[in-house]
Design a protein around this ligand. Sequence first.
Ligand code: NAG
Ligand code: NAG
Ligand code: NAG
Ligand code: NAG
Ligand code: NAG
Ligand code: NAG
Ligand code: NAG
Length: 472
Amino acid sequence: MEKILIFILVLLCLNTVECKKYSRFAKSAKYSAINCRKHSAVLTDFGGRGDGKTSNTAAFRAAIANLSKAAADGGALLIVPPGKWLTGSFNLISQFTLYLHNEAVLLASQDEADYPLIDPLPSYGRGRDAVGKRFASLIFGTNLTDVVVTGGNATIDGQGDIWWKKFRGNQLKNTRPYLFEIMYSNQVQISNLTMINSPSWNVHPVYCKDVIIEGLTIIAPVDSPNTDGINPDSCTNTRIRDSYVVSGDDCIAVKSGWDEYGIKFGMPTQHLSIKRFTCISPDSAVIALGSEMSGGIQDVRAEDITAINSQSGIRIKTGPGRGAYVKDIYVKGFKMYTMQYAFWMTGSYGSHPDEGYDPKALPIIQNINYRDIVGKNVTIAGDLAGIQGDPFTGICISNMTLDLASKSKILSDKPKKQPWNCTDIAGTSSRVSPQPCDLLADKQPGKSLDCAFPADTLPIDNVQLKTCKANV
Ligand SMILES: *[C@@H]1O[C@H](CO)[C@@H](O)[C@H](O)[C@H]1NC(C)=O
Ligand SMILES: *[C@@H]1O[C@H](CO)[C@@H](O)[C@H](O)[C@H]1NC(C)=O
Ligand SMILES: *[C@@H]1O[C@H](CO)[C@@H](O)[C@H](O)[C@H]1NC(C)=O
Ligand SMILES: *[C@@H]1O[C@H](CO)[C@@H](O)[C@H](O)[C@H]1NC(C)=O
Ligand SMILES: *[C@@H]1O[C@H](CO)[C@@H](O)[C@H](O)[C@H]1NC(C)=O
Ligand SMILES: *[C@@H]1O[C@H](CO)[C@@H](O)[C@H](O)[C@H]1NC(C)=O
Ligand SMILES: *[C@@H]1O[C@H](CO)[C@@H](O)[C@H](O)[C@H]1NC(C)=O
């Protein structure tokens, strides 16, 4: 009966606007991906039940085990149909696409037993929440090539409140799971999904190459602990496009390992390109670099960024013990509405994994470029503090106009503060209002300097996605 109905609807609507109304009956969905797949299966073939109550952990694991046989023969697509799919952690495989129908919701299990324990990351030396192990992420993968997680903006609900309570109550013996973590992998895509209420970080590619992150909507309560949006960590060649994050922590946090562990592991985050990104983060940064940056961060390009009601625009967090570097950072086109700090650099960020760090391991912060920026209702233009004896150099700010807040929650109880506070830094500026601190004074007044922004494109910028079909 339903088949006949669909048939009639398809005949009637013939791809017109009317058709859209009945799209829930559509038998085939188009999506964009680095690679299409030859084989496909549906979660229900493996006993999956989308009733919001039955656990689908075994169904996911069985489906993926079955589809792993197709890896060498054109790869496989696993379709999650409309419904509410409760599940614990499962592992992805190579040459594989997980496609979530736009009316599918993945509900993350709230039972710790549904998340296998895995070792701390070698570049961190320990878990971030506790010294013990880490709960594997809801969607996890390691040592993979060519893996895609996408959908028609379907929702992945981390149901994180129970984890936030445990974190706040100091009840965690192991580090909370993330929604999505891929380690040691090449050619990774995560796109067109909505992620809500993650237990902790949302999207964590670590030790990866060639990562595409596009069309993500990431939402968590602004007071939820450590719900960072996207954390590129010791990755080379990453592009982040057209994404929107509302978060209790940094919207994007670029990282590369923690103190002596990160220094020893020595894997930087480099060649990261961010375009068309919007953030709301009242207590954290739009884009943070660090604080864990001990493998180095180099060549980050951010363009066309919008921030609303956020604590800081770009924040560099580091300190003695971190070692390594943050260099060649380029930001161009940034609109800010209600911000505490447009730019913030902190050279005295504490937070060490243990007592084994080397206080003489000083980070190098160099060649940081910010241009074409407008801000409304900004409290502090720049709080830029380097490290005594280890100044942050080559800072350039050009073509920036900030309207300062007349009132602000951080200043209400204090006398009028200077919009700039600069210590242990060096650099220059051009066409910046309010007038910068002396350490950033315009070195060639009268000349219009534009801070650097690379004219070339990165290889990851040029990766074209293919149009693929899923028979949903
Ligand atoms: C995301 O969805 C939009 C349409 O909603 C589509 O144009 C785009 O190709 C998709 N991108 C990816 C990477 O899936
Ligand atoms: C698993 O894969 C095989 C082919 O290798 C197929 O014959 C079988 O039906 C699959 N199992 C399920 C439950 O679909
Ligand atoms: C994954 O790759 C890393 C780095 O090459 C290696 O150290 C590790 O043993 C691999 N893990 C697995 C499960 O193959
Ligand atoms: C995706 O869904 C979220 C809410 O679930 C919505 O806010 C957002 O606008 C949607 N994005 C697209 C591209 O449709
Ligand atoms: C200055 O910045 C604004 C955006 O804030 C931009 O529209 C304009 O093109 C920039 N001017 C130059 C000379 O780059
Ligand atoms: C300006 O920012 C303050 C917080 O610093 C906020 O309370 C106020 O509502 C904002 N004003 C406008 C017009 O957005
Ligand atoms: C300026 O920054 C320095 C170094 O962080 C700090 O010690 C000092 O209190 C700040 N001054 C003001 C007026 O905020």
